[in-house]
Design a protein around this ligand. Structure first.
Ligand SMILES: C[S@@+](CC[C@H](N)C(=O)[O-])C[C@H]1O[C@@H](n2cnc3c(N)ncnc32)[C@H](O)[C@@H]1O
Length: 281
């Protein structure tokens, strides 16, 4: 679409405002906002809504909470206030699945702490044979999860949603010894650690923080996963690079083998390096 001089001026103004507000990838955010708000026929309304969105972004509201959609690994997902916005970090899980895993045909996969369902649905897209179960506790996040699952079923991408609290040690008992792969991008930031306002102020606390060292829920997941996994099943957890030694220790303590931390700058962003630890039961 070609822009009038008025549009060009408004885009330039937005570029300056976003930059002054400390937004780290101004061009990428600007592209999403222009795409969402400015490329419309009613120009006056479009420009007003575009600038309101720019001001919200300058107040560090996460982009996904403004535009209400995100493309994750080619999947058009609905997101918004109250749910964690998936990050490219998590695509390292899918790269590992594509290149290194040996998940048997027709087996069951758990995506724990599923949020809007990005990780589980991207697995279901590449492996339609798998029975993918997305597990989420928070009611608002669960609503986005159900919505995305229902939406994407129209593209023949199938997954199930299960609302449960992983802190309840019996919550997933029905999966005992029946799962070939558990994946999770859990909350892992230590309480009282200050992070970018997009996450500290505007994401649900439960989606970001987890105890004094950030490892409360990860400890639970590593212990519980041992119960759900079949022999030779895999556990894959996304976390911060500073946590790698502690997390490998947790895996080893629970008897996992082939324990390895993988990092990939290609999926990293301003929040840090993309990091996962994998282990085999
Ligand atoms: C970091 S977010 C990740 C969401 C999603 N996997 C993604 O990458 O977009 C962590 C998610 O864990 C969920 N969660 C936190 N505590 C939980 C618990 N005790 N049981 C189940 N889910 C929980 C949060 O509601 C949040 O949706």
């Amino acid at each position: 679409m070609s822009f009038s001089q008025d549009d060009k001026n408004i885009i330039e103004n937005a570029r300056t405002l976003l930059s002054e507000a400390g937004i780290w990838d101004v061009e990428s955010d600007l592209e999403s906002l222009v795409d969402r708000y400015l490329e419309r026929n009613n120009k006056e309304q479009a420009r007003n809504e575009f600038m309101l969105a720019v001001y919200e972004r300058c107040n560090r509201i996460p982009l996904g909470h403004i535009v209400n959609s995100i493309n994750f690994d080619g999947l058009p997902l609905i997101v918004g206030s109250g749910v964690f916005i998936p990050r490219t970090h998590s695509q390292l899980i899918h790269k590992w699945i594509d290149k290194e895993s040996d998940i048997p045909f027709n087996s069951t996969v758990l995506d724990l702490c599923s949020g809007c369902g990005a990780i589980g649905l991207a697995i279901a897209k590449r492996r339609p044979d798998l029975n993918v179960v997305c597990v989420e506790y928070d009611t608002v996040a669960f609503q986005y999860l159900v919505r995305n699952i229902n939406r994407l079923s129209n593209l023949s991408i199938k997954a199930q949603a299960l609302q449960t609290d992983l802190r309840d040690s019996r919550s997933l008992d029905k999966f005992e010894e029946s799962v070939s792969l558990v994946v999770a991008n859990p909350p892992y930031v230590p309480e009282r650690v200050s992070i970018l306002p997009e996450w500290e102020e505007h994401h649900p606390y439960i989606s970001v923080y987890s105890g004094d060292d950030g490892l409360d829920l990860i400890r639970t997941i590593v212990t519980q996963s041992k119960k759900y996994l079949k022999k030779n099943g895999w556990l894959v957890i996304e976390h911060h690079e500073n946590q790698q030694n502690n997390i490998r220790s947790l895996f080893l303590k629970e008897g996992f083998s082939q324990v390895r931390t993988i990092m990939d700058e290609n999926f990293s962003d301003t929040t840090g390096l993309s990091v996962i630890t994998v282990g085999n039961k």
